[in-house]
Write a protein that binds this ligand. Structure first.
Ligand code: UDP
Length: 381
């Protein structure tokens, strides 16, 4: 009896080594620690190094005696810059490193954590999927559904995932019933052990209390100076611009963004992640007019404390690449969105935000300066 009382399950959590999955899974890990689970969190050396460098993660988790970090390589060379468009390179590298590891784990129950939205789990016949009829066009489908080239690496990855998925005892998804109930019911008819556990940062906040609510899981150094800048701006006056941790824009797109912000006449906070502009683009290449015209109206940082920024009352709108974490964070904060989807699930996320949830504008059809203006912060959930 005694041994039963003290038994607590041990979970190994292993995220794809990218900002979105690492952020969500660290929050899940902390919630499991609070529920008295043993947790081993497996990072890549690079991710672990970034977390130790830019966050207080070690102090934060030290209070959970049943938690430990472990790290392995990511299959890329030590001198690889790990910036720019590296998604597929990382996936390939990880496959090589993890294959021997996971073949040893046969017999251990497997739970699949989908950190994308369920609306990305489409097959070609979208007219048959309840909750998706009538409004999805081909260009709204996830990028991997729009190609018929079966040698496309992202299609291969998705097909491989589909083969592996039935081996899982359960699937957890980062969403919530009120947002995607119809789709979740449809998915449960195919996979009964499906659990919607989002938005994780809200549960995290509830369990850890509001004073300690915002803990950074950032792989880049957060520039908190933007919070003081925001505090000095009027209510709902600032457009927040951020394209997440993976998207890369060309110099032409950068110029459209810049002119759009300039022409809008609005205040803006712009996150320009190091490596997020393709090629060697420096400010000296930006024409003087938009550069000078926006100088007094904007704050530009390399990486921002996102949840704190979105919660700031000065933020009136969010120009986002439509990553799923960004979408959930914006919905929770009640900030309307302008959407510039980049890849994977972002096209379909963007269409849902515009057409179904009516929480923003989808600009996938026109990425130009005319669209970049601030809608008022009027929608809440
Ligand atoms: N993020 C952040 N600071 C920034 C930009 C992004 O903390 O300046 C975080 C954001 O809160 C989100 C994650 O990075 O949790 C990005 O994930 P998402 O799924 O939105 O997009 P991805 O980066 O995977 O394309």
């Amino acid at each position: 009896m005694d041994s039963q009382k003290t038994f607590s399950p041990h979970v190994l959590i292993f995220p794809l080594p990218l900002q979105g999955p690492v952020n969500g899974m660290l929050k899940l890990a902390e919630l499991l620690c609070l529920a008295d689970f043993h947790v081993t969190f497996l990072n890549t050396d690079h991710v672990q190094h970034c977390l130790l460098r830019h966050t207080n993660i070690q102090c934060r988790f030290i209070r959970y005696p049943k938690f430990r970090f472990r790290a392995i390589g990511d299959g890329l060379s030590e001198v690889h810059p790990r910036s720019g468009d590296l998604f597929m390179e990382l996936v390939d590298g990880m496959e090589v490193v993890t294959y021997p590891l996971f073949t040893e784990m046969i017999g251990i129950p497997l739970i699949y954590f989908d950190t994308l939205s369920p609306c990305d789990n489409l097959d070609a016949k979208i007219t048959c999927v309840p909750g998706m009829e009538g409004f999805l066009r081909r260009r709204d489908l996830p990028s991997f559904c729009r190609s018929s080239d079966l040698t496309d690496p992202i299609i291969k990855l998705v097909l491989n995932e589909d083969q592996e998925l039935p081996k899982a005892q359960g699937v957890i998804i980062h969403t919530f019933e009120e947002l995607e109930g119809t789709l979740l019911s449809h998915m449960r008819s195919l996979c009964p052990n499906l659990y919607a556990i989002g938005p994780l940062h809200t549960h995290h906040k509830v369990r850890l209390g509001s004073s300690k609510a915002i803990f950074s899981n950032s792989l880049w150094e957060e520039d908190k100076s933007c919070l003081a800048w925001l505090d000095a701006q009027p209510l709902n006056s600032v457009i927040f611009v951020s394209i997440g941790s993976l998207a890369v824009m060309t110099k032409d797109q950068l110029l459209e963004f810049w002119y759009g912000l300039f022409d809008s006449g609005k205040l803006f906070l712009w996150v320009r992640r190091p490596g997020s502009i393709a090629g060697d683009c420096t400010e000296s290449m930006i024409p003087v007019e938009p550069l000078e015209g926006t100088r007094k109206r904007g704050c530009i940082v390399g990486w921002a404390p996102r949840e704190e920024v979105l919660a700031n009352p000065a933020i009136g709108g969010f120009l986002t690449h439509s990553g799923w974490n960004s979408t959930l964070e914006s919905i929770v904060a009640g900030v309307p969105m302008i959407r510039w989807p980049y890849f994977v699930d972002q096209q379909v996320n963007s269409r849902f935000v515009g057409e179904v949830w009516k929480l923003g504008l989808d600009m996938k059809d026109t990425c130009d300066k005319v669209i970049v203006d601030v809608p008022s912060r009027s929608c809440t959930i």
